[in-house]
Design a protein around this ligand. Structure first.
Ligand SMILES: *Cc1c(COP(=O)(O)O)cnc(C)c1O
Length: 296
């Protein structure tokens, strides 16, 4: 397994720090490696040779599983949402990356994708691909959450707020589990909809956390010129790149809440940078088509 380097938190100002969890590994980046770690160990122990998982065309999880498979000697299969993608001669940067790291891409329609975890579909997949270790979409399961309990360290006890972006809620559940009782964990969802509170409550009985719903920018992977300017200015000022789907929105939210006095005065805040930088290239191709400024 990759040794997780404990990089020092980056100081943005005397109140705000960033945990650069994305610097663990160039491709199996950030929280996706945390979520894979114990799953990969189990797959090895079970002597399963193939990892199978699901995702959209820009998915950080798909990129991470492809890279992890290549690094740790698994074959990988990615079931990708949207069969129209296959028709396109050129794959987007994420899928291109996954393919070049040996992932076998299998495209299915959005309708079929919705039924992907049904018993019938699983039987069908096993008929096609034989035995495999199943990683859920987005990678969240109990072992993934266990991996995410290792993000915070003893030194992080000095912080009053721990902030993290939220997709399925797996990462924040691990962070809540390992948070100190005086700390408040704030989650910034990348999606507009969802039953996150309910979902997170299935993983934790603690209540020192809150979901902040004001900064999703209209929904998953939706961004506007204001957010792009924020991300580019942040990189200019602090030399920290932020992905537009998760960490850009979180940092925008934290800065906005600080400016509006919504966080305790003089509180120390730690933002967990969960990675996702591989998605910038693909996002830029979309922004380019829309005539929006690009992410630098
Ligand atoms: C997947 C992902 C998240 C969300 O993690 P969940 O455990 O699904 O909530 C956050 N940040 C990045 C960069 C991700 O790739």
């Amino acid at each position: 397994m990759i040794k997780i380097s404990d990089q020092a938190n980056i100081c943005i100002n005397e109140q705000l720090y960033i945990k650069p969890d994305y610097l663990n590994h160039k491709y199996i980046s950030g929280n996706k490696y945390r979520k894979l770690k114990y799953n990969l160990e189990l797959a090895k122990r079970l002597d399963v040779k193939v990892l199978l998982t699901f995702g959209g065309a820009f998915s950080n999880h798909i990129a991470a599983v492809a890279a992890a498979g290549k690094t740790f000697g698994f074959k990988t299969i990615g079931i990708i949402r949207g069969e129209e993608l296959e028709a396109k001669a050129v794959l987007n940067p994420t899928l291109n990356f996954a393919k070049s790291h040996g992932m076998n891409l299998h495209f299915i329609s959005r309708t079929a994708y919705r039924l992907k975890t049904s018993e019938e579909y699983m039987v069908n997949l096993r008929r096609i691909y034989g035995d495999f270790y199943l990683l859920p979409e987005g990678g969240t399961n109990d072992l993934a959450i266990k991996g995410c309990t290792e993000i915070l360290t003893k030194e992080d006890e000095i912080f009053d707020y721990i902030c993290c972006p939220v997709g399925t809620g797996g990462t924040i559940s691990g962070i809540i589990a390992s948070s100190f009782s005086h700390q408040k964990v704030l989650g910034f969802p990348a999606l507009k909809e969802g039953f996150l509170d309910k979902e997170i409550r299935t993983f934790t009985s603690k209540d020192n956390w809150k979901i902040i719903r004001d900064y999703h920018f209209g929904g998953y992977a939706k961004i506007d010129a204001e957010l792009i300017h924020f991300i580019n200015a942040f990189k200019d000022l602090y030399d920290v790149a932020l992905d537009p789907v998760y960490n850009g929105k979180m940092l925008f939210g934290i800065k906005d809440m600080m400016a509006k006095g919504k966080l305790k005065k003089n509180a120390k805040i730690l933002a967990i940078h969960t990675g996702g930088l591989q998605g910038i290239e693909g996002m830029n191709t979309v922004l380019n088509k829309k005539g929006l400024p690009l992410i630098i």
